[in-house]
Design a protein around this ligand. Structure first.
Ligand code: SF4
Length: 192
């Protein structure tokens, strides 16, 4: 078994890589996230990932497609609402991971998106199974959400950058709009 693990960011990698190492699974990371905006945020998340990868001696392939604002916008055009646009966003990243896995001789693919409590876990699994059917690369599933708290604590201890929004420019707007509304109601903001 050779696993190519799609990595969305450093903090979300911490628990899954600990777990996969416990299982002695040969893992290579794959960074392809055209959904992260703006450019400096993209760079910041890569830096955090590099810190975690060094710590775990994890080889990581960075997609040669790089920062993908335009391709991401095209993929969600006409479907901008939260929830709906996320389906295309998951599909885009998982399909690229599985295709890359196929070309490079990996047997399985998976994703650190399975760690997040804030993602649509069921949709990710469904789309990953569809991608597996299309590409012939098996999807490795594990519910990494059980390590949520542990992963958060590891990220704090390491002092790596922990983002306040999912990734796309729309999620950034939603995040800070929610914050503004809380402040207007006299509530404490739930995040800086
Ligand atoms: S909110 Fe997150 S998952 Fe949804 S479209 Fe934006 S970046 Fe992708």
């Amino acid at each position: 078994m050779r696993l190519l693990l799609h990595i969305c960011c450093g903090p979300c990698l911490l628990f899954p890589i600990k777990r996969l190492k416990e299982l002695a699974m040969p893992v290579t990371g794959f960074f392809y996230n055209p959904n992260i905006h703006p450019y400096m945020e993209y760079e910041r998340r890569i830096e955090a990932l590099q810190t975690v990868a060094r710590l775990h001696d994890l080889p990581v392939i960075y997609s040669e497609k790089g920062y993908g604002l335009r391709s991401w916008l095209q993929s969600v055009a006409g479907n901008m609402d939260f929830g709906k646009r996320c389906l295309g966003c998951y599909e885009m990243r998982l399909l690229e991971t599985a295709k890359h896995a196929k070309v490079k001789g990996f047997t399985h693919f998976s994703t650190t998106l399975l760690y997040s409590r804030y993602q649509n876990h069921e949709a990710i699994c469904r789309i990953a199974e569809e991608v597996a059917q299309k590409t012939g690369i098996e999807f490795y599933y594990e519910d990494f959400r059980r390590g949520w708290q542990e992963g958060q604590e590891m990220a704090k201890e390491l002092g790596i950058y922990r983002q306040a929004y999912c990734g796309c420019v729309l999620s950034e707007e939603e995040r800070y709009e929610k914050r503004r509304l809380r402040l207007e109601k006299g509530l404490r903001p739930d995040n800086p």
